[in-house]
Structure formats: C-alpha cells, structure tokens
Write a protein that binds this ligand. Structure first.
Ligand SMILES: [Mn+2]
Length: 283
C-alpha cells in the first residue's frame, strides 16, 4: 500500500481521448502511471461517447501492467454486460470488450466499492467510493450501519456475485417514481436519493461517487430541494461538486459527458492518501 496521490476519475462514457488527456495531466507517460499516483475510476466507462471499446482496452492495460494502482468500480452501464440488462440502451459494446468486463468482474478486478484514507491521525478523512453513492437507507437496511468506510467497502464487495439483486437495486433513475432513500450504490440519484437520504443522519464517513450530480452541468443549475442545494459547493473547472454535511463530505465527480465530452473536467485528487485494503475484513 503506497501513500501518494489518489485520483478519483468520474464517469468516462466512452471518451478514451478524455481519459488519455486527464491521465497525461496527472503525469502518465507511455501508458504508465507515475509512481506516486493511484487511480480509482467510479464506473460507467462505456456508452454515449465515440470509443467505449478503447476505454475498456486502456483500463485493461493498466489493470494488467500496474496491478494495485488502478481500482475499477462497477457502474450501471458495465452491469448491462454482467447480468440481465436492467434497461434498454441503443448502443452495445463489441463482444471482446464485453468479455473483458465480465472477466474483470469474475476476477474481482472490478468491484462495487473501495475506501480511501487521506491525511493522517486525527486529521485523516476517509471516503467510501462507489458508482452512485451509499444512501442512508441502504447503509441502515442492507449493511447494518458500518462505522468505517473500509468496513462498508468490504460489505458491499462481499455482495458481488452473492446478493447482486441487492447490490444493483435501482431507485427513481430506473423507471421513475418517487425518490427512494434506500436506492442501491450503483443507481442512487445524487440530489433526491443520495444526499437527501442523509439529511438528519450523521454521515459515518465521507463519500465520493459518480453516476449523477446535484449540479446539472449542462444547464448550469442545481437540482433538488433547498435543504440539499444549500449544502453544495461547485468547482466548475473540475466539474466536481462537494456536499458538506455533519460527519463528512459527499464528493460528486460525474462530469456528465454525453455523446460529446463535457469540458473542462478533472479527477478529484487526494494528496497524501491511500486506497485501504478490504481483504482482511471481507466476510
Ligand atoms: Mn451511472
């Protein structure tokens, strides 16, 4: 486990060029990550943009050549190729890329969650990183309220292949309807489900997530109830939002790429940080 920079990269949506550009900015050269950098990518590598297969191939390169330095999380778009598709989508990645995703999932090279610790001692800040964020309802009902990010990550990762219907439980982003404060960590909507679920409940640890944001980057306005929107600070240059709540911060890193990339955007970088190993606590 090396201490250094941990860069959390948001949803890439098939934009290999954007991934290459951001990795170069972070110091990657000749398809190698610099020694002080660990990457966590939050899922939704594929669909929308011009080169989903290229994104999968590049991530596969890093997973193969620098193991432990690239942590790949599963998004709802990857899940389309791992289990019965949950929704209709007009695009399909090619068979080879789909097999690569399935291979990662089987080998646990793509997982639901990781935990990051930034800083030291009393100043340490822990983050649980998932695709869509851990709602308070899911934390209470499905996980039995773990008090540490590392324990929450271990519990979520132990669900993979065993309780997939729980892990991939959707909320209102699939099929509409009312906000569900128990929506799962691959599907929760940032404003109405994730952040709203923690109003009045102290966060046990910080979080970083992709999938959606309170900030609507496309229309340059905040979504959701006033109790939610007043908590948000937005960095438009990075396309990163930070929700500050009692107990921690919820950081949204989905830049909202569509068929065209949303620029500018950057990874959320934690200095003097490490990805915590959950192997020892996996049930
Ligand atoms: Mn998503």
């Amino acid at each position: 486990m090396t201490r250094g920079r941990v860069a959390v990269i948001g949803d890439l949506a098939g934009h290999r060029g954007e991934l290459e550009r951001e990795l170069a900015r972070l110091g990657a050269r000749d398809d190698r990550l610099p020694d002080d950098l660990t990457v966590v990518q939050v899922g939704d590598l594929v669909h929308r943009g011009p080169d989903s297969e290229g994104v999968v191939a590049l991530v596969d390169h890093y997973l193969g050549t620098q193991p432990g330095r690239w942590h790949q999380l599963v998004g709802n778009h990857e899940a389309q190729y791992l289990r019965e598709p949950a929704f209709d989508w007009p695009e399909h990645i090619d068979d080879q890329a789909a097999e690569t995703l399935a291979g990662w999932w089987d080998a646990r090279a793509m997982v639901p969650a990781v935990a990051i610790r930034a800083g030291h001692g009393a100043d340490a800040e822990d983050f649980l990183v998932t695709h869509a964020g851990l709602t308070a309802g899911f934390w209470k009902r499905a996980l039995d309220r773990p008090g540490e990010a590392r324990l929450a990550a271990a519990a979520l990762n132990s669900f993979a292949g065993r309780h997939d219907d729980v892990l991939f439980a959707a909320g209102q982003m699939l099929g509409g309807g009312k906000a569900d404060h128990t929506a799962g960590p691959v599907w929760a909507a940032a404003a109405s489900e994730l952040v709203a679920s923690w109003l009045g409940v102290e966060l046990p640890f910080g979080q970083v997530h992709g999938h959606s944001t309170v900030m609507d980057w496309k229309h340059d306005r905040l979504r959701g109830e006033d109790e939610v929107t007043t908590l948000v600070t937005v960095d438009g240059e990075a396309a990163v939002e930070i929700v500050t709540m009692p107990g921690g911060r919820i950081v949204g890193v989905d830049p909202g790429h569509g068929a065209k990339p949303r620029t500018p955007w950057r990874a959320f970088v934690l200095d003097d940080a490490e990805v915590l190993d959950d192997a020892g606590v996996r049930s």
